[in-house]
Design a protein around this ligand. Structure first.
Ligand code: HEC
Ligand code: HEC
Ligand code: HEC
Length: 228
């Protein structure tokens, strides 16, 4: 490079430094404003279902894909096993009801920072470890029962707001086999209801009379799922 070519570059830089000093406070205010606006935008974007998968494809894609599958149709679970009716996956039925990822996955800042660090460092196992509902709802300060039986979430066709296990029993009392009866001790909701794979009727091992809702599977079929 010749001297001539260098000079035009060098000159504006000096000017820029001088200008920078004078306008320091203004520049700082502009930067602060940009950070605030971008931050707010990022927060809104981060609440969209597409965010998780856009940022960290590899672990998140299967979760977004299951969430976006058409309801009441054949589909696949997060591990790519066939699901005969996607209504057996909570992520699908809740999307249909207008819920986003974070309506179920209560986010905390420390959890998200931890996830970001794991993703950037590649320090996670894939497929991801499966959490149960209690771990999912921990950040909300509620256990799975309190969280899933929140008022206004599960309102039956005849207007009953299901907020207790007793009401849940009544809501499914018309089934030939009532899965919510705690005959042999209380089960976790997530023992049966699954987010991103077919739900499992854990009672079907012994109760042949227990009818599988469409798309649901037996514990035996669950054991044959391929985890990948
Ligand atoms: C109905 C509530 C619900 C919605 C909506 C939902 N999930 Fe899930 N998610 C679950 C449940 C329940 C699990 C536990 C594993 C399972 O049942 O498949 C889970 C598990 C996960 C996991 C694995 C980590 C863990 O704790 O097991 C990831 C990652 C995940 N979901 C991401 C998403 C993303 C991304 C979306 C939106 C595109 C989403 N989820 C929407 C309920 C939901
Ligand atoms: C032993 C398995 C099992 C457990 C445990 C379980 N459920 Fe269910 N649940 C079912 C089955 C099966 C259905 C019927 C699903 C269908 O017909 O698609 C059902 C239906 C429901 C419905 C729909 C009720 C309606 O209006 O028809 C809700 C809401 C529900 N469960 C919530 C819960 C919650 C919350 C928990 C934990 C407190 C829970 N379930 C625990 C198996 C279970
Ligand atoms: C390990 C086997 C096994 C599993 C799993 C099992 N049960 Fe049972 N259950 C039995 C036996 C055995 C009886 C008593 C036999 C009888 O009276 O028919 C029984 C009886 C019952 C009864 C009394 C009424 C009836 O049908 O006789 C109910 C209600 C019941 N079970 C509900 C459930 C529910 C709900 C689940 C799943 C959450 C479940 N059971 C899971 C073995 C099992």
């Amino acid at each position: 490079m010749s001297e001539e070519e260098k000079t035009p570059e060098a000159a504006p830089k000096q000017v820029a430094v001088k200008k920078g000093r004078k306008k320091g406070p203004i520049a700082a205010a502009v930067v602060a404003a940009i950070v605030v606006v971008a931050g707010a935008g990022l927060w809104v974007w981060h609440e969209q279902p597409s965010f998780c998968a856009a940022i960290c494809h590899i672990p998140m894609d299967p979760y977004l894909e299951t969430y976006e599958e058409p309801a009441g149709a054949e589909g696949v679970d997060k591990w790519n096993n066939a699901v005969s009716n996607t209504n057996a996956m909570l992520a699908v039925t809740h999307r249909e009801a207008g819920e986003a990822c974070m309506d179920c996955h209560v986010p905390t800042l420390s959890e998200q920072v931890g996830e970001a660090v794991s993703w950037v460092s590649g320090n996670y196992v894939f497929p991801l470890m499966e959490g149960d509902l209690n771990s999912l709802t921990e950040a909300s300060g509620m256990d799975a029962d309190q969280f899933c039986l929140k008022s206004g979430c599960h309102v039956t066709a005849d207007g009953a707001d299901l907020t207790t296990r007793q009401q849940l029993i009544e809501a499914t009392a018309d089934l030939s086999f009532n899965p919510h009866v705690a005959q042999h001790g209380q089960r976790e909701c997530s023992d049966c209801h699954k987010g991103h794979r077919a739900s499992v009727l854990v009672c079907a091992d012994c109760h042949n009379e227990a009818q599988l809702p469409e798309g649901w599977i037996t514990p035996e079929e669950e054991n044959q799922l391929i985890i990948q």
